[in-house]
Design a protein around this ligand. Structure first.
Ligand code: PXP
Length: 243
């Protein structure tokens, strides 16, 4: 099975927002990523608009040649934006204002009714919903109950592991969760905290369809350029699958 790379360009916008300038251009960044092997462009419109702005979502939707994966909280405001813009995919994430980045998976179980509503609304607008969840069977079952066609397994705990024992145990949880979700017919994506050093083991999981990677690619682009940072990651994914 093929594996796809979604490049998250939030931190191109972080750099722009730090000075309130018009550069660096997100459209140019997205095009470079697409020309260098990205299969989709991911962006997170946060409630506090700390990086991606509303106009970015609109402009990118017109200019992307691959597809857009819009990450957002399941709020009425975001739902309205998503149904207006019509990204191909929408990844629902939990959001806390004070966090540096998304810290954990969505608790689908405790918000089952709301999640069902949001998945149905997005689906009726031809948007595929992905639920960003921890590697947990209970959450996977809840995702199925919501009618979400895709889940994205949160790899942050694996990426932040402090010892090799912890790393192996987090990896095992991810492998088992991916296999379980795949066996139930879900498309399985994964992401968060993935780098050139820790991605291979995740990319080797056969049932994983797409990896969404941002911070490490953008950080590496400072030294090697965005085209090389993207194509190196794409190459790593292909090698992990013997493609
Ligand atoms: N997937 C999801 C759902 C995310 O929220 C993020 C961070 O915005 C990513 C992937 C990318 O994570 P990172 O920037 O650590 O690669």
């Amino acid at each position: 099975m093929s594996i796809y790379l979604g490049v998250n360009i939030d931190h191109i916008a972080t750099l722009r927002q730090a000075r309130g300038t018009k550069y660096p251009s997100l459209i140019e960044a997205a095009r470079i990523c697409e020309n260098s092997g990205a299969d989709s462009i991911t962006l997170h419109l946060r409630e506090d608009r700390r990086h991606i702005q509303d106009h970015d979502v609109e402009e990118l939707k017109h200019s992307l040649i691959t597809k857009m994966n819009l990450e957002m909280a399941a709020t009425d405001e975001m739902l309205k934006i998503a149904t207006n813009i019509s990204p191909e995919d929408c990844c629902l994430v939990p959001e806390k204002r004070q966090e540096l980045t998304t810290e954990g998976g969505l608790d689908v179980v405790s918000q089952l009714h709301r999640m069902k509503e949001v998945c149905a609304e997005l689906s009726s607008n031809n948007i595929k919903t992905s639920l960003f969840i921890d590697a947990d069977k209970v959450q996977i079952d809840a995702a199925i109950e919501c009618g979400a066609p895709i889940i994205e397994i949160h790899t942050g705990h694996y990426a932040n592991a402090k010892s090799s024992e912890e790393l192996n145990s987090e990896l095992l949880k991810i492998v088992e969760a991916c296999e379980y979700a795949h066996s139930l017919g879900l498309q399985v994506n994964a992401g968060h905290g993935l780098t050139m050093h820790n991605t291979r083991a995740i990319a080797e999981i056969d049932s994983v369809v797409e990896l969404n990677i941002g911070h490490s690619i953008i950080a590496r682009s400072l030294f090697v350029g965005l085209a090389s940072a993207t194509s190196e990651m794409k190459q790593l994914l292909k090698e992990a699958r013997n493609q």
